[in-house]
Design a protein around this ligand. Structure first.
Ligand code: ZN
Length: 453
């Protein structure tokens, strides 16, 4: 019997040993990236021959001639320029309106396209944007029944690759949001909700903000002046206070100078769309540090007009001269069959179409260093994630891209993203994301098949 006890004692010691060994965290794999040139968008400078050590999801060290630990995976990007991932600070992943059949009238897209289909299209857009180097996207409304927050969750739990999403849930506005609903639409909410949440009183504003945060929003989007009565300064302040309880900042959609002024007076975090802003608004926004998601549409064979473009360029230029904190933003939510590469005739991806907004920034004569800052640092700040994500510094999530050429000299270098890493994971290498060619930015097909690939 004694020998049995000795045996059991020895066995228990061994088992404890096994348990302790298992409890010790396994060291995360280390990747060492050799960067030919590394851009710091904060200072607008670049340093050469840098090594970035990535441990698991995060950056462990950055510097010249770092010792590469034994067993590390080495990625040689010594012929490329590296920089932090890009940010589109205002877009719409789950809405794509089209010329046929709805004549670009987005009211009708809500009728033709189901919410589940739009959610799946948003997932495809997320992959296309990541492929073009966008590692962070603010997705702010017009996203069916919380397709945006569901997509955020899906990406975060590793179902599919995509940028870090900052979704707003449905835009909050008074009576119908951006719609002018018929009594049928309004009373029965068949179409208008879930695209917008009605909030016509202080109680309803609080309720709407809480609902969006409950359902996974990471920012709050208000329609400030979609109706002549719109939101007052006090209404906006109330939304800002309520959103802060859930850790969210507020973006205001503005379309009138009066609405812009109320948003500025309330101390809003972001103003969306530059069209209604005056030089005086720009001055005040710079003074208060209010971010601008100007959604600066370029004039291209597939979109825009010469006069509209001239106005957009002049406003962007003025905002830059007045030192408004600018972000790169697109408001992308449309498609037509002219969206093809002029040279190859191939369809442009949602990422290609997004990066094409560089045209407006170049036309406004904004220096490349400032464009890069808008596309990175200011974007991380507007997304309110700069505490842990964006800058290439130890302890931050490893979100890195690499391009041929030097974007500080020619910002169009950003059009040829060769390498994308997000959360320490390589998504694109040697210019290849598989299966890149599969993806298509077209809208939901109508049942009678009036457009085809
Ligand atoms: Zn928008």
């Amino acid at each position: 019997m004694k020998r049995i006890w000795v045996f059991l004692y020895t066995l228990s010691i061994l088992l404890i040993g096994v348990v302790v060994a298992q409890a010790q965290p396994k060291a995360a794999p280390i990747t060492a990236i050799k960067a030919g040139r590394l851009i710091d968008p904060e200072t607008g400078t670049a340093s050469t021959s840098q090594v970035i050590l990535v441990e698991g999801e995060k950056i462990k060290a950055v510097g010249p001639n770092l010792t590469i630990p034994a067993g590390a995976t080495v990625i040689d990007l010594s012929k490329l320029t590296m920089l932090p991932g890009l940010v589109d600070a205002h877009t719409h992943m789950a809405l794509t309106y089209k010329e046929r059949p709805e004549n670009d009238y987005y009211y009708l897209t809500y009728i033709t396209d189901s919410s589940p289909l739009r959610a799946i299209q948003a997932a495809s857009n997320a992959i296309q944007l990541l492929n073009s180097g966008f590692t962070v996207v603010r997705d702010v409304g017009n996203n069916a029944l919380y397709a945006d927050t569901a997509l955020r969750q899906a990406i975060e739990q590793g179902w599919l690759p995509g940028p870090t999403l900052i979704p707003s849930g449905p835009m909050i506005g008074s009576t119908g949001g951006q719609f002018w609903p018929t009594p049928e639409m309004y009373k029965y909410h068949n179409i208008m909700f879930p695209e917008y949440i009605d909030a016509n009183s202080p109680d309803e504003i609080v309720r709407a903000v809480r609902e969006n945060m409950l359902f996974g929003a990471r920012t709050i989007k208000l329609c400030i002046d979609c109706k002549p009565w719109g939101y007052s300064v006090d209404d906006i302040k109330l939304a800002i206070r309520e959103a802060a309880k859930g850790g969210c900042k507020v973006e205001g959609h503005v379309q009138t100078p009066e609405g812009a002024q109320r948003a500025i007076d309330a101390g809003i975090y972001i103003i969306a769309h530059g069209d209604a802003l005056t030089p005086e608004h720009h001055r005040q926004m710079a003074e208060k540090g209010i971010f601008l998601t100007g959604t600066d549409t370029p004039f291209t064979p597939y979109r825009g007009s010469e006069p509209a473009f001239k106005k957009t360029v002049a406003l962007l230029r003025d905002a830059w001269e007045k030192k408004v904190p600018l972000t790169f933003s697109t408001d992308f939510d449309y498609w037509n069959d002219r969206m093809k590469d002029e040279k190859t005739g191939e369809w442009l991806t949602r990422g290609d179409l997004t990066i094409d907004f560089l045209k407006t920034w170049k036309e406004a004569g904004i220096p490349a260093a400032d464009i890069l800052r808008a596309m990175t640092i200011n974007g991380y700040k507007a997304a309110d994630i700069i505490q842990g994500r964006g800058p290439i510094k130890p302890g931050f999530f490893a979100d890195l891209i690499a391009v041929t050429g030097d974007p500080l000299a020619d910002v169009d270098a950003l059009r040829s993203v060769q390498f994308v890493m997000k959360n320490g994971m390589v998504f694109k290498r040697d210019g290849v994301m598989v299966p890149e060619k599969f993806f298509h930015p077209g809208p939901v097909r109508t049942p009678n098949g009036r457009w085809t690939r």
